[in-house]
Design a protein around this ligand. Sequence first.
Ligand code: FAD
Length: 433
Amino acid sequence: MKYGIVGGGIAGLTAAYRLQQRGHEVALFEARPQLGGQAGTFEVGGNRLEVFYHHLFSGDSDVIGLIDEMGLGERMSWRESKVGFYHGGRIDNFVTPGDLLRFGAVSPIDRVRLGLVGLYLRRQKDWRRYEGLTAQEWIKKWAGKRNYDVVWGPLLRGKFGSRAGDVSMVWFWGKIFLRFASRGGGVSQKERLGYLMGSFGLLIDALADRLRQAGARVEAGRAVERIVVEEGRASGLQLAGGETVPCDAVIATVPNAAFLEIAPFLPDDYAGLLRKVQYQWASALVLALKQSLSPIYWLNISDPEIPFVGAIEHTNYIEPAQYGGLNILYLSNYVEESSPVVGMSIDELSDYYLPHLTKINPAFSRDWIVDRWLFKDPAGQPVITTNYGASIPSHETPVPGLYLANTTQIYPEDRGLNYSVRLGDKIASIAAA
Ligand SMILES: Cc1cc2nc3c(=O)[nH]c(=O)nc-3n(C[C@H](O)[C@H](O)[C@H](O)COP(=O)(O)OP(=O)(O)OC[C@H]3O[C@@H](n4cnc5c(N)ncnc54)[C@H](O)[C@@H]3O)c2cc1C
């Protein structure tokens, strides 16, 4: 069989690799100039870095397994995370139960409630009971209004904007349940996060190299314009520029809107499911700084005056020496398509964000900035609403020989490298059956 794969992110590359291992021919096309999708990289200070901050949790066994399989296991480094919370003009550490007890933004009673809710959720395996509930109503009921207003509400709004109130409790459960799996059991144990030294781009490269060495066509900068259907069956890919690549089956790993564009022939009921899912844009302003902004790696921002949701200082996790001594700071946001942030240039966004950095560190000055970059992705985060499970489109589309595997089909877990690798494995098995 010859398979045409649309999308050169980790899901598309994994699917292509698994099919090739089964003896099939594959041809993979990626629209952007480089492979990697949301895990794409760029160069900074003589090394590579993800366009969006990336780390793994210890429970991410599928992607860790793939990294080992590619011979990159020795490059994995597991390090303690430094998580903080900015609220009311101060930064609190937010890692251990001791930090929680000292967390001054809420009252002692609310701190206890916050801790108990976390303890409770990390023991709940049955997520189905949360399907009909919003995270907002559950948190307000069990953790209390103040904890919602100060802690979880701002974080939900940061990720889902005005849709925060619609987000399913299953999504919130997943964040707590899976996150604590990363701490290896003990409640007081510190979290360790995994990074592939040299960037996750090494995994992308290794997959592409193996595919090419075994004769596959793997091309970036080649958008698929249309999936060709003949006699009711997917039979090829029409590329930008006019070339048509014949194949026996097609696997699309692109977001829903991109899939609808290249497969306009999909019947209404299936297309309706694809249209139903909304996405938040992801945006990251990346700064290379002469000095460090704070001692925290992952700083959650709970302040309505500050227009970004996270200040992620990568070099408080991976040492600046890896990047020519520069300090790398991501200012992260997830916004609706209608948000002005989507259309802002790097200068406009810098003017919008940078004045707020002195709240985190009063000494910050624009002179610290050596370089800066702006990255955006329209399909950064699918919005997981209540009863989401009932309307997930199937991997097998109504068109024979045409398959879909994208981040909207990961549930009850949330999107992440691990789940896109799992998706790639799964779609290869389904399509080759
Ligand atoms: C801000 C942010 C932070 C993240 N942090 C982490 C993290 O810390 N840890 C973690 O595990 N995960 C993280 N993730 C998630 C992880 O990066 C994604 O889940 C994963 O990379 C998705 O891979 P994918 O292949 O499923 O999709 P994508 O990477 O989106 O790949 C789909 C590809 O299809 C291409 N495409 C679209 N249309 C066409 C077309 N017509 N023709 C050809 N190609 C097309 C796109 O350009 C894209 O490259 C993060 C994501 C974001 C946005």
